[in-house]
Design a protein around this ligand. Structure first.
Ligand SMILES: [Zn+2]
Length: 439
């Protein structure tokens, strides 16, 4: 049987690929044998499988489907920015097969019914696994703890009030204990509002020069310090979202050495871009936490390279063009990131000599999956066949027409990135195929 992109068979072989396993890229071509949505076999060399349709991948890298622990799909409530379906399309285009949604929708995901609603929308779209987190507090108002048990039963994979910090230390402590008993992490949006105030960019040289109110590093450092100490005492699992300061990385490094169960993620914009990008007052560079200084950017890259920061997460945060055309101090925080994550990683980490491609891929697949104990993120016989074909040398320019998200607020617009996602497969089914290169 011939290979056909239009009719992907139940059993096939992807041949002539460089397999990405255990943080390394194979030096010799190999193959992946897919059967009934699972990985039936994989190895270097030529498969001894006669009669099966073969996709000759021409030496592309075959990696586990990417896993993003931090996306905002805006449904329900702000469907004009993104829906679970449009967000899933963007995820597939970025090589993601699993995404974890944040609960700061309108209304918030703070009960079992809402968790099921997001899962159902994800299944309907069918383009990636959509795993919801639930809110820590009812209505994300920081007061009463939400029903963790019922939400975990419905499929929630963690809890967070992301978008806002949990101001009450008592609530955070109780949440850490309760979540631990259910086997899931508390994801911390670490921000001390009494320090950050009404800041709209990092507090430093550029905020002074631009006359914009700054958000000091201390606002993030102090909040992470508190949460680590609460996790230590509660023996809970703390996952620190979107790490952006060198101070936080030092805190996490020390906590890990002490045996505190703390994991962390960083976004592509925080390892690729510094606060000088705000110089033209473009709200495309307004996010929270903000772009920081050059040494923070370097520390985030180094933290990912040495494992202090476990994984890359995008904090994909779509906003309409109208909102992002407001003045810098008026515009909402956040940028999209699913479709540029791999390119930014290759360009700013691998090509910049900060880590090799195998480690980058691991930070986008195996390590985030491990944090949530998901049975994905690796190429391994028996697992569901979630995989991507990558051209690490391929270049592309990020333009409004290349993006599939419903929103266009990318901080990489106009940049030429290296690193192309050529095709994405979820459970053996094609969910995305790039226009070029044509396989
Ligand atoms: Zn956040």
């Amino acid at each position: 049987m011939e290979w056909s992109w239009d009719r992907i068979p139940a059993e096939y072989v992807v041949a002539n690929v460089l397999l990405a396993r255990d943080g390394k890229i194979a030096s010799r071509p190999g193959f992946l044998h897919v059967k009934d949505g699972r990985i039936a076999a994989l190895d270097v060399g030529t498969p001894a499988l006669d009669g099966l349709p073969v996709l000759d991948a021409g030496g592309l890298v075959c990696a586990p489907g990417f896993v993003d622990l931090h996306v905002h799909f805006r449904e329900p409530g702000q469907e004009e920015k993104e829906t679970v379906a449009t967000g899933s399309r963007a995820a597939a285009a970025g090589g993601f097969t699993t995404v974890v949604t944040m609960p700061n929708t309108q209304p918030a995901i703070d009960n079992a019914g809402m968790v099921r609603y997001v899962i159902d929308r994800g299944n309907e779209a069918g383009l990636c696994r959509v795993l919801p987190t639930g809110a820590i507090s009812v209505g994300r108002n920081g007061e009463a703890m939400a029903e963790f048990g019922a939400m975990v039963e419905a499929g929630a994979v963690g809890f967070t009030d992301d978008g806002s910090p949990v101001v009450s230390g008592k609530l955070m402590s109780n949440a850490l204990k309760y979540a631990k008993s259910l086997g899931v992490p508390i994801i911390s949006h670490a921000e001390d509002l009494s320090i950050v105030g009404k800041g709209c960019m990092h507090a430093g040289y550029w905020s002074t020069r631009l006359g914009l109110t700054g958000m000091p590093r201390a606002g993030e450092d102090a909040a992470v310090y508190r949460d680590i100490e609460l996790a230590r005492a509660a023996r809970g699992h703390l996952h620190v979202a979107h790490v952006s300061t060198k101070g936080v990385i030092d805190l996490i490094r020390r906590a890990k050495a002490d045996g505190v169960e703390v994991t962390a993620e960083a976004t592509p914009h925080h390892f690729a871009q510094d606060d000088s990008h705000c110089r033209d007052y473009s709200p495309l560079f307004k996010m929270n936490p903000p772009l920081r200084e050059t040494d923070d950017v370097a520390a985030v890259a180094a933290g990912l390279a040495d494992g202090t920061i476990d994984c890359i997460a995008t904090d994909h945060a779509p906003h309409t063009a109208t909102e992002k055309e407001l003045q810098f101090d008026q515009a909402p925080f956040g940028v999209i990131g699913l479709e540029t994550a791999f390119g930014a990683g290759v360009t700013y980490l691998v090509d910049a000599g900060k880590m090799d491609l195998g480690h980058l891929i691991r930070c986008m697949s195996e390590k985030p999956a491990q944090i949530l104990k998901l049975a994905t993120g690796r190429l391994e016989t028996g697992l569901e066949a979630d995989f991507v074909l990558l051209d690490p040398q391929g270049e592309w320019t990020v333009g409004p027409d290349t993006l599939r998200s419903r929103s266009r607020n990318s901080s990489f617009l106009g940049e030429t990135l290296k690193g192309l996602v050529v095709a994405t497969f979820l459970r053996g089914r094609l969910t995305h195929r790039a226009q070029a290169p044509d396989l």
